[in-house]
Design a protein. Structure first.
Length: 358
């Protein structure tokens, strides 16, 4: 009887304790067990994963039409706002090719643009081929549409060397350069690097109307509908309505600017707010602060407790007189680039290019 009474007492004590905890926690207890920040991170990561899976399928379908074998899951995708977008996927096996192979002429990527009118190229899907002119020694790239018609041809840059990459990387970055808006894209393997530039217009977007183009745009719209409210609700400061999306299979950044930058105790200014997930930085919300140190600017990455977790490379190009579409950026090799125009004086503006390196 003693053992029975003891066991029974323990049973009722544990049961009562569990019921008491359940009653005390209730629905609020779920919030304690699943903090708001974790939920927001989960929402963003889930939305990005779904988006990448959908775009991967679309790119695979287009690649079959173009007769290209691509690394569809490792594509890079950059969209500064709305449906302004330009993903690219690399052709398989680029790391097995030599510079002589590329010089002879090779298809190297599949790309999609949804761009403003009067950009270098119209919106649509393109295959990109590179080759070397044997007479001049210059490298060129050409673009063909889905009807196999060449629509663009220009000089490009090709480098040989030992590059610090674990696998073939697709590169895409929108940048302010020489008072113009450009898109820089290409690839990096362990032994070769290639890039090309296109001039972008500042006019309204001209949506691609093809079936696969509309699939890409629909996927992007759904992604924005999911992540933009989450990013906005994750901070008490008011963010710009413009949200930059940058994603590749090894890193993702969802970035916006503060409408009214806040000043920290060390006199640095919080300018950008972002969700970041990469090999070096775990998934989370971060701040980017800039500080004027004797007329030289420095950049810092802060965690959600406003603690410095990394110093950033910051380049400033003064005397900007070109157009400004707001926050832009992208991925070049292991670097995340973020660029914006900043009023440095009553007379002039400058381009701030912030680099987050792995």
């Amino acid at each position: 009887m003693r053992n029975y009474n003891y066991s029974t007492s323990v049973f009722f004590l544990k049961s009562s304790l569990f019921i008491l905890i359940f009653i005390l926690l209730g629905s609020d207890g779920c919030d304690l067990l699943n903090p708001k920040e974790v939920t927001e991170l989960d929402k963003i990561q889930s939305a990005v994963e779904t988006f990448r899976a959908d775009v991967s399928i679309t790119l695979s379908e287009v690649a079959k039409i173009a007769n290209l074998a691509i690394e569809e899951k490792s594509f890079v995708f950059v969209s500064p706002f709305s449906t302004f977008v330009s993903p690219i996927a690399l052709v398989k096996g680029l790391d097995k090719l030599t510079s002589e192979d590329f010089a002879a002429g090779k298809n190297v990527m599949l790309t999609f643009f949804n761009l403003p009118k009067k950009s270098d190229i119209p919106s649509g899907f393109y295959s990109v081929n590179i080759n070397k002119n044997s007479d001049s020694g210059s490298w060129y790239f050409s673009m063909k549409d889905m009807n196999n018609q060449k629509v663009f041809n220009s000089r490009s840059a090709f480098r040989q060397g030992q590059f610090n990459v674990l696998s073939n990387l697709a590169n895409r970055c929108l940048c302010y350069q020489d008072n113009k808006l450009m898109v820089n894209y290409g690839f990096t393997t362990k032994n070769n690097s290639f890039l090309c530039l296109n001039l972008l217009s500042m006019m309204p977007l001209s949506d691609d109307t093809s079936t696969h183009g509309q699939k890409i745009l629909k996927s992007l719209k759904l992604l924005r509908e999911e992540i933009e409210p989450v990013l906005s609700s994750s901070t008490i400061e008011k963010l710009s309505k413009q949200v930059l999306i940058v994603t590749r299979d090894d890193k993702t950044a969802i970035v916006s600017a503060f409408e009214e930058p806040t000043i920290n105790s060390d006199k640095s200014i919080n300018t950008l707010y972002l969700f970041l997930n990469s090999r070096k930085f775990p998934a989370g919300f971060y701040y980017i602060a800039i500080k004027n140190l004797n007329e030289k600017f420095a950049g810092f990455l802060l965690n959600d407790r406003r603690e410095v977790v990394s110093e950033l490379n910051l380049n400033v190009n003064y005397n900007w007189t070109g157009n400004d579409i707001g926050l832009i950026g992208g991925l070049l090799e292991n670097e995340l680039h973020l660029s914006f125009i900043y009023q440095v004086s009553t007379e002039g503006k400058a381009v701030f290019d912030i680099v987050i390196n792995e």
